[in-house]
Design a protein around this ligand. Sequence first.
Ligand code: NDP
Length: 248
Amino acid sequence: MSGRVAVVTGGAGGIGTEISKRLASEGYRVVVTCAPVFECPNLDEWKRLRKEEGFDIRVYDCDVTDFTSCKNAMELIEKEVGPVDVLVNCAGITRDAQLKNMTEQNWNDVIDTNLTSAFNVTKQVFVGMLDRGYGRIVNISSINGRKGQFGQANYSAAKAGIHGFTMAIAQEGVRKGVTVNSVSPGYIGTEMVKKIPEEALKKIVAQIPVGRLGRPDEIARVIAFLVHEDAGFITGANIDVNGGQFIH
Ligand code: NDP
């Protein structure tokens, strides 16, 4: 593979880690971004594990909710590692509550981290991609941005917004070799999903035709497919990876 630079936001998270490892094993120079404000509590351990596994993955601070932080981080990455040809917008959070209980802070935090983040980060690298005539962007959405979810008005709105963002900038990149797609995972067994109460999670799994939660590596392989140099005819698309939840 080409040694192209691939940036994965939230790349030390459950799904992000598998994406980072997969891209690194395919020969990309992978850069993971991590939010300093969240203190990345397990980051040293994360770095140690990746090293032990033989991965050379760099980590940069970047708060995806903060435009200036994203600008500074992407400038530093381009200076120290090289032009960013692949971007995976993976950072995300949940702050679940029924609308009647949802606070303004719950709403704003989720919109900022799951939607505005995609603008904040993509904006920094998109022009460079257009100028060089090559780019691959994948935005991580969610099944709940496709169908809505009780208790997730904020998250569903943000993730649905990702589809509009993806389709719009796909049109801006289409003549310049820049593809932009989204992946909508169903329920994947990461910390984010482990926060769901056990009884609720049992009900969720019962609704997944495959009969289990997805694995982060099952998302990573779709990302690797979409960012491949040979995937230039796929743009503005969404791939659902949800264990058959739309078979009804
Ligand atoms: P994790 O919580 O494991 O990972 C999320 C990552 O986002 C973390 O690395 C976190 O960094 C980072 N992040 C959060 N806030 C910020 C911020 N302000 N700036 C920079 N980074 C930030 O979640 P998952 O791996 O499960 O989720 C990854 C993506 O997949 C998310 O977008 C999520 O919405 C989506 N998704 C997940 C599903 C699932 O079932 N797990 C289903 C559908 C979609 P830090 O560790 O520093 O907080």
